[in-house]
Design a protein around this ligand. Structure first.
Ligand code: SAM
Length: 231
């Protein structure tokens, strides 16, 4: 599939059935046990990122592929200046709606409809959680190259590791129901992702495996080589 097609299909998914599905997963209403497991795993990922980042006051953070702002909101509440972007207009509209009740009268986070490779500017930290699962490795490499240029101190990302359970889940179609259900979740090898990050000039500062029954993520935090030993 061409890179353009991949993006169009992902955008369409997250503006339609995917929007409803992930809105429920990222909310607190009753969901089935698979979605509940994904919700719990994703919450643990966000908590770990917040723990790793520690004091974020006055830091600039870009949440690339922010979804409904599960990470953007707590970062803003802790004092970071957050630029949050997503390819899906529906996601951004819902995030802005939530902002009105969660952080009224604040324009932080600043939510914008943008795909990863349209993000401009430079930030202390760029975070990209649970997005790379939607793309094959060659596109992941291009996306990480772009995000890398936007990040001053840290790049933090997740990817779906190649595991048997995850492959089974993919077949069941839990991630992508519908005609494309078996073709749309990409798993990546840690060696491949880390090789890309190394080529882009990063050192791996921290790694975590965050697994629940139906949620599998590898979380990586990088730093520029000069500061890699310090944190
Ligand atoms: N990062 C958020 C989180 O962890 O709560 C959302 C994760 S959700 C599974 C994946 C999100 O990535 C969706 O909101 C989707 O619209 C967005 N996305 C997918 N491809 C993208 C791209 N090329 N550029 C920007 N956002 C993208």
């Amino acid at each position: 599939m061409s890179p353009m097609n991949d993006k169009l299909i992902v955008r369409d998914y997250f503006n339609n059935t995917g929007f409803e599905r992930w809105r429920r997963i990222y909310g607190d209403e009753a969901v089935n046990r698979i979605q509940h497991s994904i919700r719990v795993g994703h919450q643990r990922t966000c908590e770990r990122v917040l723990e790793w980042l520690g004091d974020v006051r006055d830091q600039s953070i870009c949440d690339a592929g922010c979804g409904l702002g599960s990470l953007s909101f707590p970062l803003a509440e802790r004092g970071a200046r957050v630029f949050a972007t997503d390819i899906s207009e529906k996601m951004i509209l819902e995030a802005r709606r939530r902002q009105k009740s969660r952080l009224p009268d604040s324009d932080n986070p600043r939510f914008e409809v943008l795909e990863l490779e349209q993000i401009d500017g430079r930030y202390d930290t760029v975070v990209c959680l649970d997005v790379l699962i939607h793309y094959p490795l060659d596109q992941v490499e291009k996306m990480l190259a772009h995000l890398s240029n936007r990040a001053g101190e840290h790049l933090i990302l997740t990817y779906a590791p190649k595991t048997l359970l995850f492959a089974a889940l993919k077949k069941v179609g839990e991630f992508f129901p519908g005609a494309n259900k078996t073709t749309r979740a990409y798993q990546h090898r840690s060696e491949d992702i880390e090789a890309i990050l190394t080529r882009l000039g990063w050192k791996i500062l921290r790694r975590a495996a965050i697994d629940d029954k139906f949620y599998f993520a590898r979380l990586v935090m990088t730093a520029r080589p000069a500061s890699a030993g310090v944190a």
